[in-house]
Write a protein that binds this ligand. Structure first.
Ligand code: SAM
Length: 306
């Protein structure tokens, strides 16, 4: 279970979720018609070794003999597609920001996001990568042989604390427009920390700034409590993940930022999947109920500050 002062590295607690989504991106890149290709995702899994590398070699390693969650048909294939879709969506948001002349990109909870290495950035772009020091340490070591395609600035922070000053002290200029990404982050923050995060973004974002994020509609609290109780018996990451998340939302992001002068566009993940030629997991089919419920709750949001 989470607590206000908990900590982690790349293979524990919330840190391991960065490896989990990187592994999903590595699997998506191997599909015949991938939605996104992130060649560094496999580099991270190989660097982590153990089950993270083995799952890319098709090994079934969850200990219960039923297969790694990412390799299953009822969950894994849909989750992998979802990760490919969100990578593609957020790549598009950040590339649009760069085309519009925004030269500062802030990856909140960057984890193993490889966009500083993978995307084509205009000269002079700085990508600030915010995450916990232990996660950034792993990433730096794993990518030691590779060169970023933008100025890359690591900012070791806990996003539940006073990160805006630390970002400024690392060279971020709040007088110039910036592009912000919160991909796979909000569910790992309690509502009060989400509100502080939104305030921090709004405080630092000059007019013309962009924001892209993913949010999940909270579940019914009894259903969530049942999932958490069930997860305590689970040995694999798909099950134990429920203990890492907060079933909280400070406010829908489009509303929060809309009230403060941002123009937001909201795209349900299911609609986005259809728009890129992927069928969302069917609601009402018992075998895919878990992933269908997950997809149904997720929204992709992009916004521009007026
Ligand atoms: N954005 C990356 C991506 O989509 O590939 C990583 C997403 S991963 C699911 C969640 C990330 O959030 C992890 O890297 C974790 O360390 C980071 N994270 C969660 N809570 C955090 C906090 N309070 N401070 C800093 N990083 C945090």
């Amino acid at each position: 279970m989470r607590s206000d002062n908990d900590s982690w590295d790349i293979t524990t607690s919330v840190g391991s979720t960065a490896l989990f989504v990187a592994a999903a991106r590595a699997l998506e890149a191997r599909t015949p018609d991938p939605l996104a290709v992130d060649p560094f995702a496999e580099v991270f899994c190989r660097a982590a070794g153990g089950p993270w590398a083995a799952l890319l070699d098709g090994a079934l390693l969850d200990g219960a003999g039923t297969g790694h969650p990412l390799l299953t048909d009822d969950f894994g294939s849909h989750f992998v597609t979802y990760q490919g879709a969100r990578t593609r969506y957020f790549d598009g948001c950040l590339q649009a920001a760069a085309l519009a002349g925004v030269g500062q990109v802030v990856l909140l909870a960057a984890g193993l996001d490889s966009r500083a290495y993978r995307l084509d950035w205009p000269a002079g772009t700085t990508v600030f990568e915010l995450d916990r020091a232990e996660v950034l340490d792993f990433k730096r070591a794993a990518l030691a042989a590779h060169l970023p395609r933008a100025e890359r600035c690591e900012v070791a922070v806990d996003l539940r604390r006073d990160w805006p000053d630390i970002l400024r002290n690392n060279g971020f200029r709040d007088s110039e427009p910036s592009a912000w990404l919160a991909e796979g982050l909000l569910i790992y923050l309690p509502a009060a920390a989400q509100a502080d995060l939104f305030s921090g973004i709004d405080e630092l974002a000059a007019p013309g700034s962009r924001l892209a994020l993913e949010e999940g509609r909270p579940m019914d609290s009894e259903a969530f409590a049942a999932k958490v109780a069930e997860s305590k018996l689970s040995t694999d990451m798909r099950g134990s993940w429920w203990q890492l998340v907060y079933n909280e939302q400070c406010a829908p992001a489009a509303q929060w930022f809309g009230d403060r002068g941002w123009a937001a566009t909201v795209t349900p993940l299911a609609d986005y999947l259809l728009s890129v030629g992927r069928r969302p997991p069917a609601q009402g089919r018992p075998d895919v109920r878990e992933v269908a419920t997950m997809v149904d709750r997720i929204t992709l949001v992009s916004a521009v500050k007026g």
